[in-house]
Write a protein that binds this ligand. Structure first.
Ligand SMILES: [Zn+2]
Length: 247
């Protein structure tokens, strides 16, 4: 292995038209290595990308990660790389573990970083091919642009709707207790019902949430302009079963 500056200097000299022998003398790098560097094109390197290389994709993990991406994720760019970041609340270590596991399953061998922020942590992994897997990547915030799944993504979610819902509800969702008071002749009585709510300011992302709820036959209603509620007793129980608790 040669240090990156040596490689950069050698490639610069070769691009200036210096011969392999001359660059070998100037840098101390073997001619065969220089030839290899000179002739290798970016496309020669294996990308291990399910889209570019038509490799198998862990659909269960992908569907969940897509949900987390649409909920609390974003893709940042740096040089030729992209960083997929999922912001996780520190109050839910089980969800942090889930996201780390999803990264490893979707991008085997990648190095996952935990970037601390106030009250939360960004789980982050760099890869040049994140836009292949998440073509919804684009400039600006997600709610300011159209978010439409490609047909291959829709097919994966149709096969793995519960995982997708887990990603959505475990990032932008909450399970809370709704308390109502009913008045009777004998006096007021308080009833408490659990409910799930999904809150997102993107119309498109809310539509994807309700589409996935329809796929699994869970009734929902829009409780305000940015919130989808699942509050019928059997529906809450079914969603609990499908996506598990926020832990
Ligand atoms: Zn790719």
């Amino acid at each position: 292995m040669y240090a990156a500056p040596v490689r950069a200097k050698a490639l610069a000299l070769l691009h200036q038209g210096e011969s392999l022998s001359a660059v070998a003398r100037a840098t101390g790098v073997a001619r065969s290595t220089l030839r290899d560097w000179r002739d290798r094109k970016p496309s020669d390197r294996p990308a291990n990308c399910p889209r570019c290389d038509e490799l198998p994709l862990d659909e269960e993990a992908y569907s969940a990660l897509l949900g987390f991406y649409l909920g609390d994720g974003y893709i940042a760019t740096a040089a030729r790389y992209y960083f997929l970041r999922i912001s996780c609340d520190l109050a839910y270590p089980g969800i942090i573990d889930d996201v780390v596991d999803l990264f490893h399953r979707v991008r085997p061998g990648g190095r996952v970083f935990h970037v601390p922020r106030t009250g939360c942590v960004d789980i982050q992994l760099s890869w040049r091919h994140w836009p292949c897997l998440f073509p919804q990547h684009g400039p600006g915030r997600k709610h300011t642009r159209r978010i439409v799944l490609e047909p291959w993504q829709r097919e994966i979610v149709e096969r793995r709707p519960a995982a997708f819902l887990r990603g959505l509800f475990h990032s932008d969702g909450s399970r809370s207790t709704n308390t109502i008071v009913r008045r009777f002749e004998s006096g007021p009585r308080t009833y408490a019902y659990p409910r799930w709510q999904f809150t997102n300011v993107s119309d498109d992302i809310r539509d994807l949430c309700t589409w996935a709820l329809d796929l699994v036959g869970i009734p929902w209603r829009q409780s305000n302009w940015k919130t989808i509620s699942v509050s019928r007793r059997e529906a809450v129980a079914e969603l609990d079963r499908l996506i598990g608790p926020k832990t």
